[in-house]
Design a protein around this ligand. Sequence first.
Ligand SMILES: NC(=O)c1ccc[n+]([C@@H]2O[C@H](COP(=O)([O-])OP(=O)(O)OC[C@H]3O[C@@H](n4cnc5c(N)ncnc54)[C@H](OP(=O)(O)O)[C@@H]3O)[C@@H](O)[C@H]2O)c1
Length: 224
Amino acid sequence: MDIGFLGGTGSEARGLALRFALAGARVILGSRSAAMGAAAAEACRDTAGVPTIHGTDNANMIRDSELIFLTVPFGAAIDAVRTSLPLLKPHHILVDVTVPLNFTMGRVEYLDQEGFSNSEIIDRNLPKEIPLVGAFKTIPAAILADLKSELNCSVFLCGNSREAKTKVANAASMIPTLHAVDCGGLETARTLERMTALAIALNRRYKRHGARFRVVGLDGETAK
Ligand SMILES: NC(=O)c1ccc[n+]([C@@H]2O[C@H](COP(=O)([O-])OP(=O)(O)OC[C@H]3O[C@@H](n4cnc5c(N)ncnc54)[C@H](OP(=O)(O)O)[C@@H]3O)[C@@H](O)[C@H]2O)c1
């Protein structure tokens, strides 16, 4: 399965791309500029030492990918999705990594959007046949890029299509020590996005960069 990143030149996309490529996936970094996508991919290939990371513009990335990670700033996500609509086909799955956070005066603040998560708001802008899965929201870019460290954490998935969640979980499970947890419907993103704010606050309080979450007690289980 080819994994693409819309906004693939940012730190979260690059970190995920490194981990997926090292796990054996073919990865495509999209950008508003094909040259920037290519440059980001070259840098990631050098870091990972694998040839399977490519870079191009967002449109070409969408054409060649099945899983499309949405890794733009949260406020840019709706425009990015609307621009992509003519290219999106029923075989695509959008994986929304965005989190509505404000960084002001050294503090991180969750931006409430009338109680709805960013994933739900993005989903309203998609046709029904394109599933959206909220995932990877709680895993910081810094730990993804730190290839000497095992992730050893949960990746939380939520969405209204069980089939799409299974595909994203299968892809996530390629990455060693990452454990996929199906958290339920897309509304669960309201909680997951707030958990990201907590992880960042913990990083700041403890002067670390890799705070993340691991659920215990579900080993070997699949969601019923
Ligand atoms: N960083 C983290 O640790 C972390 C952790 C969890 C979740 N997230 C979420 O992941 C997403 C990406 O985070 P990031 O830190 O990697 O973000 P970022 O560096 O600010 O942005 C990622 C990329 O998005 C593209 N972009 C920026 N503005 C855009 C616009 N108006 N329209 C279309 N594309 C635009 C840019 O690529 P081009 O200029 O090349 O097009 C940029 O390199 C965010 O929504 C964030 O909340 C981040």
